[in-house]
Design a protein around this ligand. Sequence first.
Ligand SMILES: C[S@@+](CC[C@H](N)C(=O)[O-])C[C@H]1O[C@@H](n2cnc3c(N)ncnc32)[C@H](O)[C@@H]1O
Length: 506
Amino acid sequence: MTPLYNDIKLGTFFTPLEWGLWAVRQYNLTQKWLQGATIFDPTCGEGHLFEALIEDALRAGQTKHLLPFENLYGVELNIHLYEKLCQKMYSKYQWKVDSQRITCSDFLFYTAQKEFDIILSNPPWQTFNDLPPSYKPIIKPLFVKYGLVEKTNQILLGKSRIEIAALIVMKSIAKHLKTNGEAVFFIPMSILLNDGANEQFRTYKTLNVDFAITEVYDFLGVTVFEEVKTRYGLIHIQKNQKMKFPIPYYQNEQNEWVRYSAKPIFNFTDPLSKIENQEWMNELNENSKIVLPKQFIPRQGINTCGANDMFIFDDYQEVSQDLVSLSNKKQRNIILPKKFIYPLLVSKNFNSNIHSHEVSKWILLPYQTDGKPLELSQIEQYTELYDYLYFNRPFLAYRRGKMINTWIKRGYFWALLGVGKYNFKRHKVVWEAYGRREFKPKLFTGIWQANQSLQAYISIDEFYEAQQVLIQLCQGKVEKYLQSMNMQGTMNWAQPGRIKKIIEFK
Ligand SMILES: C[S@@+](CC[C@H](N)C(=O)[O-])C[C@H]1O[C@@H](n2cnc3c(N)ncnc32)[C@H](O)[C@@H]1O
């Protein structure tokens, strides 16, 4: 099929030869190819993975003109990369690429009824969110078809960080891998380690076909792809095999691959946890969850949807009983009603020194204490607030994102995300949800607010209950659970979705 988007670039970084060689040797793929197996790369770029097979064969003493090129198949979306592949293969190996076998096409719409013995691929690492806008609606239904979401609107609501690579893996296995075939993919590790968006991948089933991940190589700390910030790895898959845990999970420590094992701790589709310490694992199971009353739900901090400069301030001066003057790096001396200004937590507040309750940032919340945004008639009662919000309306009303737009369309252009009546409870047990290595929740009293994905919290009316929650969360169990997910230092360290997994709400 002629690609619709044959000059877009989607995740175009290529596997360095040494890593291509490493991957094919890991699973003896060159031998299998030479013995007649067909190998397919659904997103073949300039053909670096084919090159790894060819080079491996040549280095083992095979002769160029006897190599079974006719057993290599592939698809590449981008015409320029495709042409480069053809030229390179001819000039280096005198392989005249046959466009029936290796096609320039969009793999997601590749309809050839062909199945291969082996799939070897490094699919583009890009989330749905980051795709070109006109491409999104075209591929959205495929996420439903291959079982990655139940309905297309889930992709817009909360699952927009779903990986295109997950879709390519699913389609490759479902449509183009022979029964009992094997597949080797370089993948973004979020598919295996993150909550939320990629969870359905971990049903390990597509179009009713089972597949098992039989090994994982986590490249944490190893640079395979220069300038790629994504955490990535290599997986080996066996089609028509049920997923069974634990599985071998390798990490590179001082240039050695060290074998661990991994499994989901609570539910089958949970992210994988690395079993570093069997004792911990024994402590972490369905019966060892923390029990909390069901209203104590972990929440994410407030999200201004790109308007931090309009809502968050770092200087606060009282000017009268009811008014304060606020400044930040973009705006000076903004006068606003004191009753809508709240202290905002910053990382300094989590230090254990005596100043850790000092306020250094403030946030404007044009909200009622029942968690609803102020009505226009209420805003009109506060001239300074009205003037400020309407002065900034041209920006606030044009913030992007499906959820904030629902509020804006209803007229509440001053709304924020992550605000509800829970924001206005007197006590919060808060923890840093981003990039930590230790889990150290802290109790804050006095309607402090948490900041976007940096912090997460449970809000509570009564002080003694807040203390109980704090004690429960501070048990080593939660920290061990988080550490087993191997997400220290990333934005997925202790987000509410992850913490909820270790809590049983009663
Ligand atoms: C990460 S690169 C890897 C290329 C090559 N397999 C390698 O290992 O060097 C991903 C490739 O997928 C291609 N690609 C992205 N979306 C595609 C699609 N829907 N169909 C086919 N190729 C696609 C990109 O153009 C890019 O060349």
